[in-house]
Structure formats: structure tokens, C-alpha cells
Design a protein around this ligand. Structure first.
Ligand SMILES: Cc1cc2nc3c(=O)[nH]c(=O)nc-3n(C[C@H](O)[C@H](O)[C@H](O)COP(=O)(O)OP(=O)(O)OC[C@H]3O[C@@H](n4cnc5c(N)ncnc54)[C@H](O)[C@@H]3O)c2cc1C
Length: 416
């Protein structure tokens, strides 16, 4: 592709922002157009009046092995906006029998931690961990449970929580290839690549606001409330962007990164491939000040809640692939989840504090083999338009890492 002078980026989620950061780094001017009144898309924070504090739309976890996300944080001077333990450690509680453990792989690639029973998962034999190698031989059509038998302790205590969180898709439908890719880049690279990281303050403060500040310093324009309705085309060239509030000609030497969700991209560009099946995520936030010396998050086995995160002003629950709960009234869900939160953080039978339930119905595309085949590459048949977004073919499930990689890939194509 030729090098373009100016790029219009439509969508200020992480993919669009990563593209903008990368392009301005290369000295290319950008204009970001975002439909919403704020940036961040599915990764943002806001003030919640019920709780009286800022919350994230959903708990997000990164790991140090998310190399593109780390490069993005470095590029926006925000690596310090995340925090996590000094080493890879994941606290778990089995709600069935009350057993607690900390999953703690060692830093290097040689997994000597497996020889230390104190670092292993109770009830899991040394040889069971070898099942992970089966995933590495996965075919495109395999789902996770084709390769990891679900009637084992290691499945219940490791593979299931890992697959649910990484794929946001139930393992009996989730793509084994996508899970294998995540594991190869994290556990396969040693515990040093698995150190968990969460926002010090909130998602917007860590991942979005520093990018907007960096773009402002570089003279980029970022405009909100700009809903793209249509694209004008002539042959293999996009000639204009039709926004609800006016049109924008796309001159020679100008290009577009379309970093909107897949349903929007398919409407604007009929005929492109795009995932069309999605999974929800359920989050619940409880207004309690948790003990500061307790783990940053706890994985729960056998509960309704799957992960509980300790934030500054709330304890926050995540349930992945939560489509079964989307029609359950929030008032029914809250006490169910609060019971698990109390167990996770040893709160006894404390009364339920103020709470908020957030249902993200289309949190991510369904990471199934069928949907995986529908993911397009960033390059399109239009010579001046590339696609961005976690749903493009990044080789990863819908994650921050995937979104950032897609934004970088789109930018690199346009920067020649
Ligand atoms: C609840 C939840 C929990 C998650 N947890 C994790 C996690 O723990 N770890 C992790 O790595 N990932 C997690 N993710 C996934 C991560 O948030 C996404 O992969 C990432 O934010 C996607 O970024 P994106 O830029 O591809 O898409 P989006 O964030 O969807 O951005 C698209 C942008 O386009 C804008 N737009 C749409 N239509 C138009 C239009 N017509 N004109 C102009 N603009 C438009 C939208 O407003 C939006 O800002 C989670 C997601 C959710 C919802």
C-alpha cells in the first residue's frame, strides 16, 4: 500500500486509538471520528450515580505477555497506570469445599513450578498439566472440550475458568485454536508473561485518557458525536464519509481506518466478512471498601460469580459468556452474586451494600470455529480503507491485545 498523508479513523475504541497513536508516531496526520460522546468503546469508565463513584463498564485484565498492549501503553506513557503483583499469581477459591490456592507459575520458560506442590492446584496430578500440549495440536474445527476432557479436576479448576475468561465463550463451543494462541503467548512464554495487570484507577484513566492526551499533543483532531452513516465509493476508492452531522470528502492521499463493531462495518460495507454471533458479559459492582491486603482478584470455582476484583471503592464481579443471565432481573442477580463475593473476600454474612449490575449483551464476538472463519483481514478491496477492531483476524479472541494489534496492523498498512 502507498503511504497516505492523512487518515480518518472512525471509532475511538482501543483499535481506533491504537491506530491513531501509531500513525501520528509515523508523522501522519489523523482525524478521529467517534459516534459516542466519549472514547473507549467497550473499555471505558464512568460515574455511576447509584454507587456514587466511577466504575468500569466491565473488569478488564491484562497480562505482561500482551506485547501489543504493553507497546501501546509505552507509546502513550501510561505503563504505570496499571498495577499488579510482582509475579504471576492467581488466587482461587472452590466454593464447593472452601479450598483456597494460589496458582503461581515461575517466571522463566522452564516450568519448574510444576515440581513444587505448593504452587500447584490441589487435587491435580502432575501429569494432568500435560493436557495443555493437546491444545497446541488443535485443528481449526476443534472446540476446547474436544481436547480437554471436562470430567476432570484440572478442567474444573484451571481449563474452564481460563477458557471462559479468554474466549468469553463456553468451552464446548469455543475455538481450541484461539485458546491455544492465548496460552502459547502467556503460559507458554513462562510466568514472566503471565503477571496480571489491572487499571490502577479505571479503564479510561489507564488506557484511554492518556492516548487522547498524546493525540492532542500531536495535533490530532478527535471529535465525538460523529456517527458515520454511509461511505461514498468510486471504483476501488472511498471518496466521502457521510456523518449524521455532515459529509467529509476523502481527498487523494487520504485514507480511512474503519474501527467500528462488526455489525456496523457490515452495514457500511455490504459484502465484507464479519462475525455475526456474540456473547455477553455480566458485571456486578458492590459498594464496599475491601481489605487492602487481600488479593487484587479471586477466581471462583463452582459459583455464579467467576471472578471478583478488588477496586478502590467497589468489589466487582465478572461472569463471562453470561447469555443465560441476560433476561434475569438485576434484583435477582445481585444477592446471588453478593453471596459469592462475601465468600471470596471473607466478609461473613454482611448485608448487601449498594450495588449496580451492568449487562454487556454484545460484549465480544463468539469465539467459535465458525465465527473465526468470518474474521476479515485489515486490508479490503478498497485501496484507501482498512479495517480495525478486535473482531478482525488478529489470531486472538476479542481482547484488548487483539484490538490494539488490529489498530497497529491497520496503521502499518497505511503508513506504507
Ligand atoms: C464487559 C467486558 C469485559 C471485557 N474484559 C476484557 C478483559 O478482561 N481483557 C481483555 O483483554 N479484553 C476484555 N474485553 C474486550 C475488550 O474490551 C475489547 O476487545 C476492546 O475494547 C475492543 O475494542 P475495539 O476498538 O475493537 O471495539 P470497540 O470498543 O467496540 O470500539 C468501536 C468504537 O466505534 C464506535 N462506533 C460504532 N459505530 C460507529 C459509527 N457508525 N460511527 C462512528 N463511530 C462508531 C463505538 O462507539 C466505539 O467507540 C472485555 C469487554 C467487555 C465488554
Amino acid at each position: 500500500m502507498t503511504r497516505f498523508r492523512h487518515v480518518h479513523i472512525v471509532g475511538a475504541g482501543l483499535a481506533g486509538l491504537a491506530a491513531a497513536v501509531r500513525l501520528t508516531e509515523a508523522g501522519i496526520s489523523v482525524a478521529v471520528h467517534e459516534a459516542a460522546p466519549q472514547a473507549g468503546g467497550r473499555c471505558r469508565s464512568y460515574f455511576d450515580a447509584t454507587l456514587g463513584c466511577r466504575i468500569d463498564n466491565g473488569n478488564h485484565l491484562l497480562v505482561t505477555g500482551n506485547t501489543a498492549a504493553m507497546a501501546y501503553l509505552d507509546a502513550i506513557d501510561a505503563r504505570g497506570a496499571l498495577l499488579g503483583p510482582d509475579d504471576a499469581r492467581y488466587a482461587f477459591l472452590d466454593l464447593g469445599n472452601g479450598e483456597r490456592w494460589t496458582f503461581r507459575p515461575n517466571a522463566g520458560r522452564v516450568p519448574w513450578w510444576l515440581l513444587q506442590p505448593s504452587r500447584r492446584i490441589p487435587g491435580v496430578r502432575l501429569r494432568d498439566y500435560g493436557q495443555g500440549a493437546r491444545l497446541m495440536r488443535a485443528d481449526a474445527d476443534d472446540v476446547v472440550t474436544d481436547l480437554l476432557p471436562p470430567d476432570t479436576t484440572i478442567y474444573r479448576r484451571l481449563w474452564l475458568p481460563l477458557a471462559n475468561a479468554a474466549l468469553n465463550t463456553e468451552p464446548q463451543h469455543g475455538s481450541a485454536v484461539l485458546l491455544a494462541r492465548v496460552l502459547r503467548e502467556t503460559f507458554g512464554a513462562g510466568g514472566g508473561a503471565c503477571r496480571p495487570l489491572v487499571p490502577r484507577e479505571g479503564l479510561s484513566e489507564s488506557l484511554i485518557d492518556p492516548a487522547l492526551a498524546m493525540l492532542a499533543r500531536r495535533g490530532a483532531s478527535v471529535r465525538f458525536g460523529r456517527l458515520l452513516r454511509a461511505l461514498d465509493m468510486s471504483g476501488d476508492t472511498i471518496t466521502a464519509l457521510r456523518f449524521e452531522d455532515g459529509d467529509e470528502a476523502v481527498a487523494d492521499g487520504q485514507a480511512i481506518v474503519l474501527a467500528v463493531p462488526p455489525a456496523v462495518a457490515s452495514r457500511l460495507l455490504p459484502g465484507i466478512d464479519a462475525p455475526d454471533d456474540f456473547r455477553s458479559i455480566l458485571n456486578a459492582h458492590f459498594g464496599v471498601h475491601p481489605p487492602q491486603d487481600s488479593p487484587l482478584f479471586v477466581g471462583l470455582i463452582g459459583g455464579t460469580a467467576e471472578w471478583v476484583f478488588r477496586k478502590r471503592e467497589v468489589l466487582s464481579v465478572t461472569v463471562s459468556a453470561a447469555d443465560r443471565f441476560m433476561d434475569t432481573p438485576a434484583a435477582e442477580l445481585a444477592p446471588l452474586l453478593w453471596r459469592d463475593v462475601c465468600r471470596a473476600y471473607d466478609l461473613g454474612d454482611r448485608d448487601m451494600p449498594r450495588w449496580q449490575i451492568v449487562k454487556e449483551r454484545r460484549a465480544t464476538f463468539a469465539a467459535t470455529p465458525e465465527q473465526q472463519r468470518k474474521r476479515p483481514l485489515p486490508r479490503t478491496k478498497w485501496r484507501n480503507l482498512v479495517l480495525g477492531g478486535d473482531w478482525t483476524d488478529t489470531g486472538l479472541p476479542a481482547t484488548i491485545e487483539g484490538a490494539v494489534r488490529s489498530g497497529f496492523a491497520a496503521a502499518d498498512l497505511l503508513a506504507g
